[in-house]
Write a protein that binds this ligand. Structure first.
Ligand SMILES: Cc1cc2nc3c(=O)[nH]c(=O)nc-3n(C[C@H](O)[C@H](O)[C@H](O)COP(=O)(O)OP(=O)(O)OC[C@H]3O[C@@H](n4cnc5c(N)ncnc54)[C@H](O)[C@@H]3O)c2cc1C
Length: 219
């Protein structure tokens, strides 16, 4: 793990948590913004970094030993509206959205409970078993599935999901300018800045690699 990036006369020194020091001409900080902020440890950047917020969520995967095709709806999931009786914010029909997640075409669902959900403070106190029951109730109520689940996996993601606001782009541009000035050759990448979806992150990873190669070929 990287602990600190420090500017040197010739480039950068990356200090790892096990004490190893690496010399680098370029550094791509592809962690969440909070980790990049603590790696750079530069108060001049804090005002911008502090505006890049992340939220928490709970994901619950529930698997059924029934065919995915028995789900009598088109599509790959739903997002709930305000005032719903359901507790979840969203439900993805994972086995239908990504076929490789269920080799035998068995139904696999994913439910999200976001920290913006009015029930979140209560839900986060529940055990994994209890959260599994909440998810099962949501599935039964919304989709009418009566089968018993054969698997259930609950994950509590603490401060892990970037939450963009209307000033997001300006904040990122301002940070980019600061890095150009104070840390030329240090590049920000990943979901905190350039899109949260996996395709965005892949595209940004490729773009970051191109940027480093372009800069390196000029020097
Ligand atoms: C529960 C959940 C469900 C999601 N579902 C979907 C979905 O269905 N579809 C979709 O498109 N997107 C989804 N996303 C969003 C998407 O998965 C993420 O935005 C994306 O994977 C982030 O990629 P990344 O490379 O920016 O960051 P990450 O994949 O988080 O990579 C950052 C890496 O930095 C490492 N790191 C942290 N600190 C340090 C350090 N100090 N030194 C070295 N390394 C460090 C971490 O260990 C991690 O490996 C989901 C996200 C979550 C949390």
């Amino acid at each position: 793990m990287a602990q600190k990036v420090e500017k040197t006369a010739n480039g950068y020194e990356v200090l790892l948590t096990d004490g190893i020091k690496l010399e680098a001409d370029y550094v791509v900080l592809s962690t969440l913004a909070s980790a990049a902020q603590s790696i750079l440890q530069d108060p001049r950047l804090d005002e911008n970094f502090d505006q890049l917020i992340t939220k928490s969520l709970i994901s619950v995967y529930v698997g059924f030993d029934i065919k995915d095709s028995e789900l009598a709806y088109d599509g790959t999931g739903f997002i709930t509206t305000e005032g719903t009786d359901l507790k979840c914010d969203a439900c993805t029909w994972t086995s239908r959205k990504w076929e490789h997640t269920s080799k035998n075409d068995r139904l696999l669902m994913r439910l999200f409970y976001k920290s913006s959900n009015p029930n979140y403070e209560r839900l986060i106190q529940l055990s994994d078993d209890e959260l599994g029951q909440v998810a099962l109730r949501d599935i039964r109520q919304s989709l009418g599935i009566t089968a018993e689940p054969v698997s259930c996996e609950v994950t509590k993601w603490h401060d892990n999901m970037p939450n963009y606001h209307l000033q997001h782009r300006q904040v990122v541009e301002s940070l980019e300018q600061q890095l150009d000035t104070y840390y030329p050759g240090v590049i920000l990448a990943g979901c905190s800045y350039y899109g949260v979806g996996i395709p965005d992150c892949i595209a940004n990873g490729e773009q970051s690699a191109r940027l480093v190669m372009e800069q390196a070929s000029k020097s």
